[in-house]
Design a protein around this ligand. Structure first.
Ligand code: PLP
Length: 442
């Protein structure tokens, strides 16, 4: 089959047999799928050799590029040794080493690591563990959860119940448990002249009012530290996390940090909560944990939580499991990812990349139809000022025509490139984006 035919053959079969995620399938009658034959570094290639810069890191998971030689080598070795084994009653070296190294990265404060399969399962685990902790402590009334407006924590029923994105949630409302939402410190919502930090402090007062009234029935506050991703890359001041931590301590409510997107260097520090100088009671990790190779999630917690489950009674234990818990291949990919962080001093080298990309994006930031250009670590976002309800689809297509894969959220365009992006790729990304913007905003 010639490459062009291979492309279209795959498209037709995919649209028939594969039910694609987060997609109204009928739209693929007019909007073609992108057939990907292979990946290398920041690039994705179709069967005809056309390439696209993966500026969204394949849904925010990829850190060190596609087909990374070091992760590939680690996985090949692991494949020859052990792919998977049941983690109830058995253990293996990659899961032990990963748990130890992740704990060390929290300064030993979150020394117990429970594994899941993907982000949503990590959130389910944290919610259940928090509730069960209070129950084991005799606090049977603490069954509720609080999250921020615009929060996104995944789409299984428990995770969706603390999510606040109407498009994903409203249809399933009859299936969901009520949770409370308090105002997001998203600085775009600040009053004129109010600093992000002052606005964060004002939002924390709303949290305080809520906890004052409801702490007796509240198990945990769950937040996406510093950047609320799926709602449209809402960014906020670390002051909010500091104040939220203090309030959670005062009112005996757990703080769950959902770092599924912002963890692993994405926020500019290894974990985002570090920027507030705090430690959460639960830390949810996934996405970048395996460098974007394999599904894996971890929920890390404190000795205090762990000890509340440690007992002679079976039912006081955390009787939760997923078949692929602690998968050896995925843990090995995660270890290879941590090795790259250490060997390449990634947190430091990303600072230079961050400045380079921000500089290259200056003409986008100054575009007369661009609003709220913002950046946290290796995440950049802005709003395109347009009344076109079809902007996201048109921009996506215009960027693809320029060799850049982007998926705007409504009018919000964001960059979340793999960390291996180099200077010429940065310039390719920003030039293509500017061009696509001019094409869509005329
Ligand atoms: C992606 C994401 C999730 C859900 O992870 P999945 O692997 O898609 O289930 C949860 N929380 C945040 C902050 C996320 O970005």
């Amino acid at each position: 089959m010639n490459p062009g035919a291979a492309n279209s053959d795959l498209l037709a079969r995919s649209a028939r047999a594969v039910w694609h995620p987060c997609t109204q399938m009928k739209q693929h009658e007019t909007l073609p799928l992108l057939p990907i034959a292979r990946g290398s570094g920041v690039w994705l290639y179709d069967f005809e050799g056309r390439r696209y810069l993966d500026a969204i890191s394949s849904w925010w998971v990829n850190l060190f590029g596609h087909a990374n030689p070091r992760i590939n080598a680690a996985l090949q070795e692991q494949l020859e040794t052990l792919a998977h084994v049941i983690l109830a009653g058995c253990t293996h070296a990659p899961v032990v080493e990963l748990s130890e190294r992740l704990a060390a990265l929290t300064g030993g404060r979150l020394g117990h690591c429970f594994y899941g399969s993907d982000g949503a399962s990590a959130v389910e685990i944290a919610l259940k563990m928090s509730f069960h902790y209070w129950r084991n402590c005799g606090r049977h009334g603490k069954t509720g959860f609080v999250s921020l407006t615009g929060s996104y924590h995944g789409e299984t029923l428990g995770a969706l119940s603390v999510t606040d994105v109407a498009l994903f949630k409203d249809t399933y409302a009859p299936l969901l448990r009520q949770s409370a939402q308090v105002p997001s410190p998203d600085w775009r919502l600040a009053e004129a002249g109010e600093s992000p930090r002052d606005f964060a402090a004002r939002c924390a007062q709303s949290l305080e009012t809520h906890l004052e009234q409801h702490h007796g029935e509240t198990a945990a506050l769950i937040v996406e530290p510093l950047v609320q991703g799926a709602t449209g890359m809402a960014m906020y001041d670390a002051e909010y996390l500091r104040l939220a931590r203090a309030l959670c301590d005062r009112y005996k409510v757990h703080l769950i940090a959902d770092e599924i997107m912002v963890g692993f260097g994405r926020s500019g520090t290894f974990f985002a909560h570090e920027q507030a100088g705090i430690t959460p009671d639960f830390l949810c990790l996934s996405k970048g944990i395996t460098g974007g190779y394999l599904p894996l999630a971890a929920v890390m917690t404190t000795g205090t939580v762990y000890r509340a489950f440690y007992d002679d009674t079976t039912a006081r234990g955390f009787l939760h499991s997923h078949s692929y818990t602690g998968n050896a291949l995925a843990c090995r990919a995660a270890l290879a990812t941590l090795d790259i962080f250490a060997a390449d001093k990634v947190i430091e080298t990303n600072r230079a990349k961050r400045s380079a990309l921000s500089e290259a994006a200056a003409s986008i930031a100054q575009h007369p139809r661009v609003r709220n250009f913002r950046n946290t670590g290796m995440i950049w976002a802005f709003e395109a000022e347009t009344g076109d309800p079809d902007f996201a689809r048109k921009f996506h297509q215009a960027a693809l025509n320029r060799g850049v894969l982007l998926r705007p959220i409504g009018n919000t365009v964001y960059f979340m490139p793999p960390y291996v992006i180099n200077e010429s790729e940065i310039n390719f990304l920003t030039a293509g984006t500017l061009d696509a913007l001019n094409k869509c905003l005329t």
